[in-house]
Write a protein that binds this ligand. Structure first.
Ligand SMILES: [Zn+2]
Ligand SMILES: [Zn+2]
Length: 129
């Protein structure tokens, strides 16, 4: 895919961890999304949609934590695995027991807890209250 970026320095690509640092080329705050120069669509508090259709988990920083590290990456991977499983699994879509999906969803929930617990700890360290 050819880049149409004319910015200096060049905007981060859609597959780079700092993809959201790209220049905003279309902003629709009333609909809660923005289009970046690298074709990533950023949704308000719900994550990113990449040009190839991948969804990236929400990762708005809590406090000053930018959150891009190993735990965050595992959390994102687990989110995608969970989403992908549900998209293809009638049992999970119907909230029925699913022996295949259970470990996938459990891993996502566990990493979700770990990630947000850490963000809360860091946030609490900064806030006076
Ligand atoms: Zn650009
Ligand atoms: Zn399932």
């Amino acid at each position: 895919m050819a880049s149409t970026c004319t910015h200096t320095p060049t905007c981060p690509t859609a597959d780079s961890p700092d993809r959201e640092a790209a220049v905003t080329v279309a902003c629709h705050p009333e609909q809660g999304w923005s289009l970046l120069c690298n074709s990533v669509v950023v949704f308000e508090d719900t994550g990113d949609l990449l040009p190839d259709g991948q969804i990236v988990a929400p990762h708005r920083p809590v406090g000053s934590d930018t959150g891009v590290d190993d735990l965050f990456l595992r959390y994102m991977a687990a989110f995608e695995a969970s989403q992908n499983h549900c998209a293809a699994c009638p049992a999970c879509q119907g909230n029925a027991p699913c022996p295949v999906g259970a470990p996938v969803h459990d891993l996502f929930l566990e990493l979700h807890e770990q990630y947000h617990a850490r963000a809360r700890r860091r946030g609490a360290g900064l806030a006076a209250a």
